[in-house]
Design a protein. Structure first.
Length: 295
């Protein structure tokens, strides 16, 4: 029969006898786990910051495309306005009538004769987005725009972007038939009476100038929403970057607790060192919770 195992007296002295002592003896393990968790949190926040920066750059590129569309529409509008003014100043233009536009729809006749285009209805946004868009439109500082954009949820901004795009697309769709009929009229009337063709050309220039103005305004609205999204993601990227740095500092504190407690285990005078380790660990955990919940 096996004999009873006896623990040497020297070893017993090094083993903690109370519950508190046992907890303190586990400090290196606990702090190692805490340090590992904080390191993962710091890495995760940095990854999120990098993702948001990259996504903001993509959004900025898309915003640039919309500004290019806006500029192109404004240039076309200016060209149509100038051409109409030159035509009106150099030639006598007879009023355009419905009998000059055979086989055309009421929408085309209303657009060319009366200048009645389909409604270019802009998208409507909630007050917070509207205030931020006004700040972008007025070229206010990035700090002012970011302060407004930071209060807006990304989901609301994405919904606003879809609404702005839908508004622009709706107007484009509403003018397609008018544009198509105008192109056919241009080919047909060019070979006929010059007076009629001149009247049609003037009316078409006036229609195109108004259409391009409306399209430019709708493209500008899309571009402004993109600009808000860019600032929103840059703001969240900066926030994640700060959180990453603070989690890293918490990790350093936890690692310091691991080092101190490890030395404590190797030393007979453990009480002070264990207290320092526990204090460093508590500070690391508390600081990390504060960062996680409030930063």
């Amino acid at each position: 029969m096996a004999g009873k195992i006896q623990i040497p007296e020297e070893l017993k002295k090094d083993l903690p006898q109370s519950n508190w002592g046992k907890i303190l003896s586990a400090t290196p393990i606990i702090m190692t786990v805490v340090a590992t968790m904080l390191a993962e949190l710091a890495s995760s926040e940095m990854t999120k910051a990098q993702y948001d920066r990259a996504f903001a750059a993509q959004l900025q590129s898309k915003a640039g495309d919309q500004w290019s569309f806006y500029q192109a529409k404004k240039l076309r509008s200016a060209f149509a306005h100038n051409s109409f003014d030159q035509l009106a100043a150099t030639m006598e233009i007879a009023p355009l009538t419905a009998d000059m536009l055979p086989g055309t729809s009421e929408a085309t006749q209303g657009a060319l004769i009366k200048g009645e285009l389909p409604e270019a209805k802009s998208a409507t946004f909630n007050p917070e987005i509207t205030a931020a868009l006004d700040a972008v439109d007025k070229s206010q500082s990035d700090e002012e725009v970011i302060a407004l954009a930071s209060k807006i949820d990304v989901k609301d901004l994405n919904a606003a972007l879809i609404a702005a795009k839908d508004a622009a697309q709706t107007f484009d769709n509403s003018t397609k038939s008018i544009n198509k009929e105008s192109d056919k009229l241009d080919e047909g009337l060019m070979k006929g009476d010059k007076t009629v063709f001149r009247s049609f050309s003037a009316a078409r220039l006036r229609y195109n100038a108004t259409r391009y103005d409306n399209e430019a305004r709708l493209n500008q609205s899309v571009a402004n929403v993109y600009e808000l999204l860019v600032r929103k993601y840059n703001f969240t990227a900066e926030k994640h970057h700060k959180r990453s740095g603070k989690f890293f500092m918490g990790m350093l504190a936890a690692q310091a607790a691991v080092i101190v407690s490890t030395f404590a285990i190797a030393s007979r005078k453990r009480n002070l060192l264990w207290s320092l380790a526990a204090t460093a660990g508590a500070v690391a955990v508390s600081f990390s919770l504060y960062v996680y919940l409030h930063v």
